[in-house]
Design a protein around this ligand. Structure first.
Ligand SMILES: [Zn+2]
Length: 263
C-alpha cells in the first residue's frame, strides 16, 4: 500500500486506486494528476491499495481484496491483512474508490451505506447511475462512507480519461482543487440477487430492463430467464468466473432516497 498526502491538516476525503491490481485506470489518472504538480486548497489522501497485485499484474495475490473487508491484521492472506490496514488508513474519511469493468463503458457508482457521507460522494462522483450493492458483502465501501466507481472498460484509454475526469470532479466538489464542481443526481438501482453461472454469454445490456421470460444469457443450448422484470448490473461474458453478474431493481433518483441528498 502506498499513501500520498497533499496539503496540510487532517483530510476529509481520500481517493483509492488499485483495490484490484489489474485495473489500472485509477492509478494512471492519479499519476497524471500528481505529475502536473497540483496546488491543493484542502488536504487529501491518495492510496494505491494492492501494490503486490499491481506488480504481479493480477487482480489479487491470495483473495479478492474487495471481498476481504473488514480483514484482520493477523489474517492468513495478503488481502486479509491489507483490508484491515486500509480501513485504518481511511477511518473517518469520505472515500472515492476507482475501478474498471468488463460490463459497461459508461461510468457508474457502487455503494453500500446509505449515509449522508456516502450520498455526498455519490453526488460528486461524476456518474449518472449508482447501484446499492449492500446485498454483496466484503467490499471497501461497506466499511467506510463513499463509493466505488467503475470508470469504464478494463484496459481502455477511455476508462483512464473518465477516471481523471471523475477524480478531478470529486476533488473540485470537495474543495480540494479550485475547479468547477458539478453535482449530479444519479439514477439509483439496488442489487437484489447474484446471478450464478459459469461460461455464459451475456445477451443483454447493463441497466436496460429485461422483461419477464426474456433470455439474457446463453451457454450452448441453455438460456437463462427470470420470472420478473429486472435490470442487469455488472453482467458480462468475461467479467467473473462463477457468476454472470447481478440482478437489480430501479429505485429512483439519489435525491428521492434522501440521506440529506448529498448536498
Ligand atoms: Zn475492481
Amino acid at each position: 500500500m502506498r499513501v500520498v498526502s497533499l496539503g496540510t491538516g487532517d483530510p476529509e476525503v481520500a481517493v483509492v486506486v488499485c483495490i484490484h491490481g489489474d485495473e489500472l485506470c485509477g492509478k494512471r489518472a492519479l499519476d497524471r494528476f500528481l505529475d502536473a504538480d497540483p496546488t491543493v486548497e484542502a488536504p487529501v489522501k491518495f492510496v494505491v491499495a494492492n501494490e503486490r497485485a499491481l506488480d504481479a499484474g493480477s487482480r489479487f495475490v491470495d483473495e479478492d481484496l474487495n471481498r476481504a473487508f473488514p480483514g484482520d491484521p493477523d489474517a492468513d492472506t495478503h488481502e486479509g491483512r491489507l483490508a484491515a490496514e486500509l480501513l485504518e488508513e481511511l477511518a473517518g474519511l469520505r472515500v472515492l474508490d476507482l475501478h474498471s469493468t468488463h460490463s459497461s463503458p459508461e461510468p457508474f457508482a457502487l455503494y453500500q451505506r446509505a449515509t449522508p457521507g456516502t450520498f455526498h460522494v455519490l453526488a460528486r462522483a461524476g456518474v449518472d447511475r449508482a447501484v446499492d450493492i449492500s446485498h454483496v458483502p466484503g467490499g471497501l465501501v461497506g466499511y467506510c462512507d463513499g463509493a466505488a466507481v467503475e470508470c469504464g472498460l478494463k484496459g481502455s484509454e477511455a476508462a483512464v480519461d473518465a477516471a481523471e475526469r471523475i477524480l478531478r470532479g470529486f476533488l473540485a466538489g470537495n474543495g480540494v482543487i479550485d475547479a468547477p464542481a458539478s453535482l449530479r443526481d444519479p439514477e439509483v438501482f439496488a442489487v437484489t440477487e447474484r446471478v450464478e453461472g459459469a461460461g455464459y454469454e451475456f445477451l443483454g445490456e447493463n441497466f436496460a430492463a429485461v422483461p419477464p421470460g426474456q433470455p439474457f444469457a446463453r451457454r450452448g443450448d441453455e438460456e437463462l430467464t427470470r420470472p420478473d422484470c429486472f435490470y442487469p448490473v455488472l453482467m458480462s461474458t468475461d467479467g467473473y468466473d462463477d457468476i454472470v453478474g447481478f440482478a437489480a431493481r430501479r429505485v429512483g433518483r439519489l435525491s428521492d432516497l434522501d440521506p440529506d441528498s448529498g448536498r
